[in-house]
Design a protein around this ligand. Sequence first.
Ligand SMILES: Nc1nc2c(ncn2[C@@H]2O[C@H](COP(=O)(O)OP(=O)(O)OP(=O)(O)O)[C@@H](O)[C@H]2O)c(=O)[nH]1
Length: 490
Amino acid sequence: MPDTVSPDASRLLAALASGSRELIDAYFWSKGVDALLGELGRASGVSRVWIFQLIELQPDAVVQDYVFEWAAAPRYRQLMQKRFRFFSMIFDDPVYRRMVEERQRGEAQHFITQSIPPGPLRDNLASQGIHSMVTVPIMVEGRWWGTLGFDDCERALDWQGSGMHALKVAAELIASALYRQRLTSRRRQLELFQQVTDCGIWEIDPHSASTWCSRALLRSLGYPDRYAHLPLRRLLAHIVAEDRRRLWKQLRESLSARLSSWRLDVRLIGADGQRRWHEIVAEAVYDDQQRLRSLAGLVIDISQRKRGEEIAQEAAEYDELTGVMNRRGLSRHLAETLSSGCSPHHLMLVDIDHFKPVNDRYGHPAGDALLRQLASRLGNELRPTDGLARLGGEEFVVVTCGLSRPQVLALAERLRARIADAPFQLGGGQGGQASPLKVPITISVGIAELPTDQELRHGQAMAIARADQALYAAKHAGRNRVHADWSQAS
Ligand SMILES: Nc1nc2c(ncn2[C@@H]2O[C@H](COP(=O)(O)OP(=O)(O)OP(=O)(O)O)[C@@H](O)[C@H]2O)c(=O)[nH]1
């Protein structure tokens, strides 16, 4: 057995000092680690310095990968050997099992091969020609990440005392470089994630009501990137008042139900003063007493999606030809206006008289143009709260609220007169083309009251049926007139 010698502690400390500088300065930690291992290897005079990364800890085996190496001479190199790629060590040796348990606890080990009890571990080391070995676990965020090891194939090195202390410092330096790299790459990933997704990250401390907002979020709200402290009150002021009320309600309800996550769409007022739809995604963490410990989440810009939804809704609820509401839009308008508290509600059916001859004589496109103009003229006579819809063909509906029967009759009469008094101009008249056609038309109007005490769909159908009766009466009486059916109105 070779004589036991101790490493030169002062050389090791000097190596640690210069190696650690490289590790701190290196952009990629791996480059700094290579330099540190080299410094330590040369200073200690060992044959090989290595780092194994822990890949998986199984119940009866540990899987590791040989990730870094410094070798004093080419014959000591092992890194490229296939047997050290994701190699698995089985716990069939109690000595090895104890070693793994100690590494998990962050404890260093040093041994001379010949002093190890006979068994697989000793055989393994002997097969590699190792006389002595020291290992220090690399602990990252309190967990065993990997192992820093020194093999001596020439001497039996005794690593106790200041030599061992230097190696522990080296393992801690490597661990902190790894941790720094992790944080840097996490930060980069987060920034990339935010850029790609138009999303901001926030966190609120419920005790102090202080907030943390990611740079992207701060920027979109008009604050400097590194704004140190954005009070919750100020953050909430960026939410449109009406949506803020919904947010408080959502917050109260989810807290009382101890919900761990929820979502809400709100409008945010950005740095440019524009309101944009955002989705708030929140994750709540509660302590053992079910009190809120932290609230964090994302703010995702969904203005594009909302615009898409609005376009889809417009397509679904508006008439393509005239731009006024269609039957579906009318239903929504009625539902909204009936629940608004304004009453009574009246429904007018407006139908063009003798429209078929217009189509027959001037063609369908001219008929279309006339329908568009009619919608526009009717709309000009109405208030913003009134509803105008096209039911199909040449039949329109006007919905009013808050008007008495005489007032509704007067409005209908005014609509009728405005259409009858001025002929419609169709086509031509521009750039030396033929002069526009002047087509006089009239409308007939049937009126009914909308019942408020019935189910909407039923009440709407009833009112349309009665208005239709009144319209029929107006047509029968000679057209260009207004009729009302006040029967059965509740
Ligand atoms: N241009 C055009 N015409 C339409 C459209 N929808 C329905 N019409 C036409 O509207 C006309 C409706 O004719 P009728 O139901 O006979 O009614 P009318 O000729 O107006 O007669 P009265 O209502 O009884 O006064 C038909 O010629 C339909 O082809 C449309 O979208 N565009």
